[in-house]
Design a binder for this molecule. Sequence first.
Ligand SMILES: [Zn+2]
Length: 520
Amino acid sequence: MQRLIYGSWVFLMTVSLSGAQAHRFTVGIGGISHESNSFNPNKTTLADFGAARGVVPSSPADLLELWRKSNTEVTGYLDGAAKEGFEVFAGFVASATPKGPLTKETFDTLTARLIASLKSAPKLDGILLALHGAMVVDGYPQGDEEIVRRVRQAFGPTIPVIVTHDFHGNPSPELIGLSTALVSYQQNPHLDTRQRGRRAASIMARTLRGEVRPVQVIVKPPMVYNIIFQNTYAEPLLPVTRSSMELERISPKVLAASVMGGYQYGDVPYMGPSVIIVTDNDRELAEREAKRLAQMLWDARDKIVLNLPDPAVAVRQAMAATRFPVALFDTGDNVGGGTAGDSTFILEELLKQKAIGWVMTIAEPAAVKAAVKAGIDGAFDMPVGGKTDSLHGKPVRVRGMVKSLHNGQYIETEIRHGGGRYFTLGLTAVIEVEGSTRDDKNLLVLTTHRSSPNSIHQIVSLGIYPERQKILVAKGAIAPRAAYEPAAAQIIPVDSPGPTAVNPARFTFRNVRKKLWGMD
Ligand SMILES: [Zn+2]
């Protein structure tokens, strides 16, 4: 869910990648990316987009260098530009960690900046837009659609506007009508972000050269494809993903085949999975293939059956395991799905059941400050977590000592969920919690910023050896798999409460277009 967060949110630039050559096309790059959880009461504001996130580019050239070193769709746009020989105009790109819906003022400000940045280009032949697809705004439930509408109003009906979406987007038919083509990630965990950016750039180049005329069709099966079953590397989704990839490979007229899982925490008209097929001027083919893949999603209903252990049972299962470490995925506090990152339901059970050798991360700036004050080896004793709202459990008293303090910056050099490279947790403390033994340490990681556990370096960078721990708690559902499958002997998704609880029956939907299968 969560994607690479660039260093800062103000990127107004007037550089192009190479010297102006009149015969070359120029494509503007821009994007505002947010996955908004309708059930999180904490609104997303400009401050969330502006929060310090580690690496801040020092110049436009430095920014392009940061983009190039990552593995996101924007990196893919740049790959495509180099391969296809078009120039890039780098406009405004902004992103924030998933949270509640954006305020209207935040949205208006960001969208105006995006448009102003692209308007400052000497000329533009096309626009590549990196949007998440699950943005919710006060007044605009389908936020991404509104962005494309405003871009269209500003640049006219004929300029090619090619949009990329996260796999978790909830696109509307209106967005399909407003954009020239939509290309989403095909994989979850999202390991193909860069390839999808390349594909979007390639469609752009071919469209500009007059080689293809994209037409696109969206089909939405009337269901919730539950997040727990949205692993595209496993049944029941794997055959659908394979089929979409095969379609792009074997059919020259299919420019892009995107099967999107949807985002079930968006209470918006077009919540749910989507299939979008883009063809070269063949609507009938697009319609036929979109319907076929949508039918494959629909036909998996009998395999989408929720049966996960609650925190008490999951901790018991982990303690009784024979192979370690066991990773417990805290699905109710899925930071990449827009939660507070300070849920205590699993922590409470770890302490109650006297588990040993565990590591868990909680976003708690106040507790970090207390740890810094105590200093390394200093005593730590305070209630931790459950402080942001009433949805993430109660604060839990934690006693122990401060083991280490960190600035929280780390790098992921492998391709992991979302393709990000630079991350920061902010000031971070590792607490060795009471009950630790000489060999098995109970480690509570307290961070200043919320951060989805997309990279194992989130804990490795703190001097924690995952292979020496018995229980690793990661606050996520599917995204952390790419990082934790190589590190853990077993993964247990836990049915924990919170704004990303896996069972849609826990939530009241008011804005979805109709009652969908899987909602209750
Ligand atoms: Zn996603």
